[in-house]
Design a protein around this ligand. Structure first.
Ligand code: ZN
Length: 143
């Protein structure tokens, strides 16, 4: 799946994202990272773009933004999953580790699979490797 220039961003738009008529456009929000190859400036923007990539089932982007040591061989997307929204709960700068910036982002993502709503509540860890923020792993916080 891909989105046109006038589509609203699946992530709902970062609070400070450029907005046109109150809507964060995909191309201004996550599309510049996913489709245009710009580097997300921080873990929050990477998190949002990875959510959008899940919505778009963009496996290449998800793999690229996964830390190599933790990256799965392949991704399974739930068939017919309808993503309903992303709420960012917390963003914490966790400082330098082994010379690399790190951060954590807590979020709730809601998805409907086969008519049943699920709530995914996680705290994800991120690391910045030579300018590219990458997802490391998540702690599941539960419902
Ligand atoms: Zn977005």
């Amino acid at each position: 799946m891909s989105l046109g220039n006038s589509a609203a961003c699946p992530c709902g738009g970062a609070p400070t994202a450029l907005r046109r008529q109150g809507v964060a456009l995909y191309i201004d929000c996550c599309g510049r990272f996913i489709a245009q190859g710009q580097l997300p400036p921080d873990a929050l923007h990477l998190m949002r773009s990875r959510y959008s990539a899940f919505v778009l089932e963009n496996e290449a982007y998800l793999q690229h933004t996964w830390q190599a040591a933790c990256r799965p061989e392949a991704l399974d997307f739930d068939e017919g999953a309808k993503w309903l929204g992303l709420d960012i709960k917390d963003v914490v700068d966790t400082g330098m580790q082994d010379g690399q910036a790190t951060a954590e982002v807590e979020f709730v993502a809601r998805v409907r699979i086969a008519g049943k709503a699920h709530r995914l509540h996680e705290r994800s860890r991120f690391v910045c490797e030579e300018g590219q923020w990458r997802y490391v792993a998540a702690v599941n916080i539960g419902a």
